[in-house]
Write a protein that binds this ligand. Sequence first.
Ligand SMILES: [Cu+2]
Length: 191
Amino acid sequence: MTFFRLALPASLALAGLSAACAADHHGDGHGDNHAVSEATASLIDRNREVVGSARFQQGPTGVLITIEMDGLPDSATGWHGSHLHAIGDCSNEDFTSSGGHINVDGQAHGLLNPDGPDNADMPNVYVHSDGAARAQIFTNLVSLNGEYGAPALLDGDGSAIVFHDNADDHMSQPIGGAGARHVCGVIEAAE
Ligand SMILES: [Cu+2]
């Protein structure tokens, strides 16, 4: 009986610890070992207007990204290169604050490049003439928290999703001829 009376406080202490870990899930996404399973990005254009959102869901073998954009101008109709950039910062005018592509092994750019792809590479997204885009992209070249050895989007300096002015040809260097950065979103752990 003495043994059981001693064991009870220990189990209460464990319950307290796991409650603290659960709270960390809703923190800033950094500095703990508890995997965030979902992230979001609010997408802004160069006028700093919100034009849509992206949702990132971590699966067992990759990240499913759901993209919705509306109200883009006529000039945006067509295919646009989409990439994952290395810094979670869309603060400057041309979005170069988001850094270059996530590329941990120095791979060439391009989903069709025999020396690629880099970790940032994703298919193009089509913007329709009504200014809307809807897409789902699945990539195992990155992860939210370092799953399956892929670089973490939610690392110390964060990451950004970027849509370029032009289509990505998935071959030429350094970014497939995709041109300037048109839309940018900082990827943040979901609440
Ligand atoms: Cu890019």
